[in-house]
Design a protein around this ligand. Structure first.
Ligand code: 26Q
Length: 801
């Protein structure tokens, strides 16, 4: 985009006059921000229209990425970067006396997701636009995003995230594109005048789904894709009528708030409503668009790809069937062939408690026609499989079992592609979790290792490192991130290595200043910054991290003058699902340990714990560039992929990890020697499961150092955690340590103990850091998206792999 600084300044002045009829210096920072947002939106508008027009004219095949969560982060800076005008705008604003950083801080971070899954959807939107993939996002415009986290006495307290309180400058409401979504009521089938069987509905509750569109700009390529989020409103036919306050509330409740559970399925009706709401609105709008193309319905899969991000949007399958059967009058077989060719599904977890299962009753009551179609899909599935595989096997793959609808089964049966999100995860799907389906449909299964957008996670959040990289290898890597490997040539270049250390140091200084200012904790940028940032969950084993911190602390206290350790700052960021009491107990434990350790003057500030409040995309952007150590310590097989592992590696942190999820791919790239690996591998874990031979108490009894740390939970060593300490203690010993914390403890401590030596050897450390950055380019979601485009969606993209 060719925009001069002078042109920008003119536009900015024009815009603030028209918006506020005021002088720049009379505007509040919020007004200045809104003015800037509207100028930037104007800049994207032309390309947005043009892109849409081209897709339509070329009848390009389009992808619709259905996700119940999108976690895009702030958009101001990323739009400016993608438009290629970030520096010009910063300078222009400075000349106008406006502080860009201040405006940036004002923007709300849309927390419309819980964590990995929602953030992945956002990285994919960024990469689709950048790779010229005709891609659309389809989701829900939650009035309230993921709760804001506060700590009160070390306990997590949840506050509403009122992210729309001020205007959202990026969205465009499109009432003319609204759809009606039907719930409840009765449905029966009748023959119409042409002898076609058609459903007749009565007593339905209709909801108006109004789309809000947000531009997804590609990086310096003039492509602007669309993220469409639906909001639930009162349908026009009812506006005049009398309707109860109750009904008004019930309608608005659908898009009112994001469910804050990221790994524990909770079968609430409102959640099911949310799912059908955005699925039905999205699929209807796709078909409306397709009808305008004038291509016969039989060719739908040549023009449209529907991607189902985890099972939450699985009703895309019966919804598409419904439209093809009931509205388009296609035969079952024709409709089924089209649906299967159109839909594809990504699995993000194997953990049983996270799998979606809905009671038949609930589904038949809420969406009766969809229920009928699911039953018919199930019936035909059983009929066609049984003769080939026998009744027992077939029954295990049934969609409906004992009155329960298994959404993953429906998603697999109705899709032409099923993918996992990292090698190990996909292997587990094939060999264990979905083995029966793999035997029945081997060709559907494939792996697509997750990725991250290096634009947000390096170019935007770590400008110092980006500039340093460009000084050495030029700027090509920005468009071809795997060119970061060119950095390997500088492994022995001590000038570069020192500059790398300097950039990291400056990032650590910035984070330290932020921590001091917001939390009042003083941390030394010369310390090792050891970072674990992710949702709080037992399987992610924040507890293992804490136990090690305790052991380090107790050791320091014991050895008066003892060995010198390199000062360490342990940084945590994590939200717990509000109903997940064990996770909340761990939060209290970390905060209590922080209080104890941070205020202990006898340890000479050798250890600090910083548990940041309200971890999210914006905080990640501050923490990741400052990290030395990346903690990826889940119990092997439990973390499907992980993506913070990739972000931290890209910013030069050394990964301390089990061979779980995408840590395996990271190891394959950087090599064992540039990581700190520890812990059981999958085979060993399966052995324990199969033989039932894990007894955590034995480890506790035979390891005095570990015993001392675990006892600290209950013997008063750590103040103010009586109840929580006991619960956690019991989880480890009485309930036999479900996530093998004790089993992996020694090996973790050993890996940890290598850090000081490595860190003291500055050259060695910087080399490892450099090699991590150099090998991280392959984890750009641009490549992931090109793989989806080639191997699943069969859509155009503009890049060579
Ligand atoms: C389901 C039903 C009812 C309420 C909530 C949910 C729900 C919501 C969110 C279930 C799961 C999620 C999110 C899961 C998630 O974020 N999984 C992570 O996905 C990442 C991207 O693939 C992986 O890197 C992580 O390993 C995986 O944990």
């Amino acid at each position: 985009m060719k925009i001069s600084k002078e042109h920008f300044k003119k536009e900015y002045r024009r815009s603030l006059t028209s918006l506020y009829a005021s002088e720049i210096h009379d505007l509040t920072p919020l007004e200045q921000y809104i003015t800037l947002g509207s100028v930037v939106k104007d800049y994207t508008a032309q390309n947005w229209m043009q892109t849409k027009k081209e897709y339509q004219q070329d009848q390009a095949k389009q992808v619709y990425y259905f996700s119940i969560e999108f976690l895009p982060g702030k958009l101001l800076k990323s739009n400016l970067l993608n438009l290629g005008i970030l520096d010009k705008v910063r300078e222009g604003l400075a000349e106008l006396g406006v502080d860009f950083a201040k405006l940036e801080a004002i923007e709300a971070d849309p927390g419309l997701g819980n964590g990995g899954l929602g953030r992945l959807a956002a990285c994919f939107m960024d990469s689709m636009a950048t790779c010229d993939v005709p891609g659309n996002g389809n989701g829900i415009r939650y009035r309230y995003g993921l709760f804001k986290q506060k700590f009160v006495n070390g306990y997590q307290v949840e506050l509403p995230d009122d992210w729309l309180r001020h205007e959202n400058v990026w969205e465009t409401r499109r009432e003319n594109k609204a759809e009606i979504v039907r719930f409840f009521g009765d449905v029966h089938l009748e023959e119409d005048a042409n002898g076609q069987i058609k459903p007749v509905y009565s007593h339905t509750e209709d909801i108006l789904a109004v789309p809000y569109d947000t531009a997804m700009t590609g990086y310096e390529n003039d492509t602007v894709n669309n993220l469409r989020l639906w909001s639930a409103e009162i349908p026009p036919s009812e506006e005049m009528d009398y309707f109860s306050e109750e009904r008004r509330k019930s309608i608005h409740s659908i898009s009112e708030m994001l469910y804050p559970d990221d790994s524990n399925y909770d079968g609430r009706l409102l959640r099911l409503k949310q799912e059908y709401f955005f699925v039905s609105a999205g699929v209807q709008s796709i078909i409306r668009y397709y009808r305008k193309l004038g291509v016969p319905m039989e060719h739908l899969a040549e023009k449209i790809s529907i991607h189902i991000n985890d099972t939450h949007p699985t009703m895309c399958i019966p919804e598409l069937m419904r439209i093809l059967l009931d509205e388009e009058g296609l035969s079952w077989d024709a409709a089924w062939t089209i649906t299967m060719k159109t839909c594809s599904y990504t699995n993000h977890t194997i953990m049983a408690e996270a799998l979606e299962k809905w009671p038949e009753q609930m589904v038949s009551n809420l969406v009766p026609r969809i229920y009928q179609i699911i039953c018919e899909i199930n019936r035909r599935h059983l009929d066609s499989m049984s003769p080939l595989y026998g009744v027992n096997f077939t029954q295990r793959t049934a969609i409906i079992q004992d009155g329960i609808i298994h959404m993953a089964h429906l998603a697999i049966i109705g899709s032409h592609s099923v993918n996992g999100v990292a090698k190990l995860h996909t292997d587990i799907l094939k060999e264990k979790a979905l083995h029966d389906f793999y035997l029945a449909y081997p060709a559907r299964f494939n792996n697509k290792t997750n990725g991250i957008t290096h634009r947000r996670w390096l170019l935007l959040s770590n400008e110092g490192l980006s500039d340093l990289i460009s000084d050495y290898i030029g700027t090509e890597w920005k468009k071809k991130p795997n060119e970061l490997y060119l950095l390997k040539a500088f492994k022995e270049d001590s000038v570069l290595l020192e500059k790398l250390e300097q950039v990291k140091f400056e990032n650590k200084q910035r984070l330290a200043a932020y921590v001091e200012e917001t939390m009042g904790i003083e941390i030394d940028p010369n310390a090792v910054f050891d970072v674990q940032i992710k949702r709080l969950h037992a399987y992610k084993r924040q507890l293992l991290n804490v136990l090690h911190i305790l052991s380090m602390y107790l050791k320091l206290k014991e050895s008066q003058s003892g060995e010198e350790i390199v000062p360490r700052v342990f940084i945590f960021g994590a939200k717990a699902a509000p109903s997940y009491s064990y996770a909340k107990e761990i939060i209290k434990l970390i905060n209590a340990a922080a209080d104890m350790i941070n205020n202990d003057t006898t340890i000479d500030n050798k250890i600090k714990i910083v548990f940041v409040e309200n971890y999210g995309v914006t905080l990640a952007e501050k923490i990741i560039p400052a990290a030395d150590i990346s903690e990826q310590i889940s119990l092997v097989t439990k973390e499907a992929s992980g993506t913070s592992n990739m972000k931290l590696m890209l910013n030069g942190a050394i990964t301390l990890a089990t061979l779980d999820g995408a840590n395996v791919e990271i190891r394959d790239k950087v090599g064992d020697e540039n990581m700190l690996l520890f812990g059981m591998q999958d085979a060993e874990l399966y052995h324990f499961y199969d033989s039932n031979s894990y007894h955590s108490h034995e480890i506790y009894d035979h390891n005095p150092r570990l015993k001392r740390c675990i006892d600290a939970l209950v013997d008063g060593t750590i103040p103010n955690i009586e109840a929580e300490g006991r619960e956690i203690f019991d989880s480890l010993l009485k309930y036999n340590d479900e996530y093998f914390v004790l089993k992996d403890y020694d090996s973790y401590v050993q890996a940890q103990s290598r850090i000081d030596g490595l860190y003291r050897d500055r050259k060695k450390w910087n080399q490892m850091s450099l090699l991590n950055i150099a090998n991280a380019g392959d984890f750009s979601s641009d490549y992931t998206i090109m793989n989806y485009a080639d191997e699943i969606w069969n859509v155009h993209h503009n890049k060579n792999l």
